[in-house]
Write a protein that binds this ligand. Structure first.
Ligand SMILES: Cc1cc2nc3c(=O)[nH]c(=O)nc-3n(C[C@H](O)[C@H](O)[C@H](O)COP(=O)(O)OP(=O)(O)OC[C@H]3O[C@@H](n4cnc5c(N)ncnc54)[C@H](O)[C@@H]3O)c2cc1C
Length: 522
């Protein structure tokens, strides 16, 4: 049996972030990963041909940019461990079937000029929305990298001022209602509605409107970070930091059970019978549906609530392609965005697409999103070549009852066929593709259960201090001492936030350490 101060289950970026803070503060850390590779949703792999590095899951790192982990380089990931981000001028753009485009720049006025192509009135409305987003950003950002504030107290605080009540109103609204209130042109509405779609929800879902402000605020203030060399460079930097502080990160170690002695986590046991003791604490990237089966004696009500957490209706399917040359879009406009959204000509089509998913059906119109990051970072591909990351939303259970393993290639063909309406050299430039169905997604990380890339849905009753449930919202399991949770199913949710920092804060407190002082090593 090997012993460490801290044992972390899972090498996703959140577990690594928590472990890295503890390692930097002097703890002996051991990270165990079930896969043969590290990083969970933050990984770059040669999925197609040698020399083509694909970001298998996350490709654009947005919300982590305002995290003091990177903003203040708290662990030296930028200055000491080689992490570098590129921030293209155009984080996101929409491409409509008729060849028209709408770009969002980091610069407010350039975006307003894009919107004015459709409506001068909407360009004015956009300026107001953008200013409001910038005004709310510090408040939003201040809540993302620390343990969540109590839900009731937050609501009471918002209810005590005019501005707070306006924020509360927006928090409860659907994106659709907000967009109809703000904008008159349906293309402008659709462009921003697609943002909600990136969160796996219909724009008609209530309590999604604040996402529009958060997205725009981050887009303008931070940009969409493209890690030089691939998204996995974030994982590499975190591992380098842990190892530099004497920690270990071990692959092919599938943890089956958290060992609990007298109500305290004391170590873990792997599926193949290896045991690891943790003197101080255990960190677990464990989905709420799986917690009860890995922790003996978990409180039965807490377990039932965890197992009842809801997963989104929209599962993700992705196609990664090695390309013989860069994509040639049919539009005359330059396509130079990190994220490119292929949209229908009617907003209603997009809204009805999400309705179909709710009924377990396929979307009639594929809602393709695309990134071709070799455009910004040529180090990911052999000279002159390119890569593409294409995604769409599907039901986890196919309505025809067939398995995704048997049909994913066929669905990828549908996606590529649709893409060829927007891109002239598809399929000609395809050298090799790799398809991840929702089932593959779940296999690469149990966090992406049923293909939900946020682990559980982002519904308001599963958010903030109630994410995933009120009992588990503070990264701890009731009745179990020294066991701490990380994952997209915890606050602040799915996405690359570096939220393991909040888990580390909880652990520092429990271990009698001062986060402010000790996080850099004292
Ligand atoms: C297709 C896709 C695209 C995405 N795109 C973006 C994007 O562009 N931008 C963005 O911000 N976010 C994106 N996301 C979301 C983002 O990738 C995730 O929210 C984030 O990576 C979650 O990080 P995590 O560390 O919490 O969990 P994970 O990355 O899931 O890591 C958990 C790790 O723990 C391991 N593990 C779990 N159980 C065990 C066990 N019992 N024993 C050992 N190891 C275990 C897993 O194998 C995994 O490596 C995307 C996700 C997907 C699926």
């Amino acid at each position: 049996m090997s012993t460490a101060d801290i044992v972390a289950v899972g090498s996703g970026h959140n577990g690594l972030v928590a472990a890295a803070y503890l390692a930097a503060a002097g703890k002996k850390v051991l990270v165990l990963e079930r896969n043969a590779w590290f990083g969970g949703g933050v990984v770059s792999r040669e999925l197609t041909l040698p020399g083509f590095r694909h970001d298998q899951h996350s490709m654009s790192h947005i919300f982590i940019q305002a995290n003091p982990l990177l903003k203040d380089d708290e662990l030296g990931l930028r200055s000491r461990y080689g992490l570098e981000y590129i921030f293209p001028d155009v984080p996101m753009m929409s491409l409509f079937e008729d060849g028209s485009t709408l770009k969002l720049y980091r610069d407010r006025e350039r975006s307003a000029a894009e919107i004015a192509k459709f409506s001068a009135r909407d360009a004015e409305a956009f300026r107001r929305l953008s200013l409001q987003a910038a005004a709310w950003l510090p408040l939003i950002a201040s809540s993302l990298y620390v343990p969540p504030a109590p839900v009731g107290a937050t609501h009471a605080m918002l209810d005590s001022s005019r501005e707070g009540r306006e924020l509360w109103r927006v928090i409860q609204m659907s994106s659709h209602d907000l967009l109809c209130e703000q904008f008159e042109h349906e293309r402008v509405r659709m462009h921003f509605a697609r943002v909600a779609g990136e969160n796996l929800v219909s724009p008609d879902e209530k309590a999604t409107a604040l996402g529009v402000y958060a997205f725009l605020g981050f887009l303008e203030a931070c940009g969409f970070g493209v890690a030089r060399g691939g998204a996995g460079r974030l994982t590499d930097a975190l591992i380098a930091c842990i190892r530099d502080h004497g920690g270990q990160v071990v692959a092919n170690a599938d943890v089956a059970r958290i060992k609990i002695v007298n109500g305290r986590a004391t170590g873990v046991e792997t599926v193949d019978g290896r045991t690891y003791a943790a003197k101080d604490a255990v960190i677990g990237a464990i989905h709420p549906h799986l917690l009860g089966s890995m922790i003996d004696g978990m409180d039965s009500r807490a377990r039932a609530a965890a197992e009842a957490t809801q997963i989104s209706d929209a599962a993700c399917i992705t196609v990664h392609a090695a390309l013989s040359e860069p994509l040639r879009f049919r539009t005359r406009d330059l396509v130079d965005a990190v994220m490119v959204e292929m949209l229908p000509d009617s907003y209603e089509t997009l809204r009805r697409d999400f309705d179909e998913l709710r009924y377990g059906q396929f979307m009639p119109y594929p809602l393709l999103g695309l990134g071709s990051l070799s455009q910004f970072d040529a180090s990911r591909v052999p000279a002159g070549k390119a890569i593409m990351h294409l995604w769409d939303y599907v039901p986890y259970r196919r309505p025809d009852g067939r398995s995704w393993d048997d049909t994913k290639q066929q669905y990828a063909d549908r996606m590529l066929d649709h893409l060829s309406k927007f891109v002239a050299n598809i399929p000609g430039c395809l050298l090799q593709i790799h398809v991840d169905s929702p089932v593959d997604m779940e296999r690469t990380s149990p966090s992406f259960r049923r293909g939900d890339l946020h682990g559980i849905s982002t519904a308001s009753y599963q958010s903030g201090a109630h994410r995933p449930t009120p009992e588990l919202g503070q990264y701890m399991v009731p009745g179990i001492d020294r066991f701490y949770l990380v994952g997209p199913f915890q606050h602040p949710g799915g996405g690359v936030f570096g939220a393991g920092r909040a888990t580390a804060m909880k652990m520092f407190e429990a271990l009698g350490m001062d986060f402010k002082q000790d996080k850099h090593g004292g």
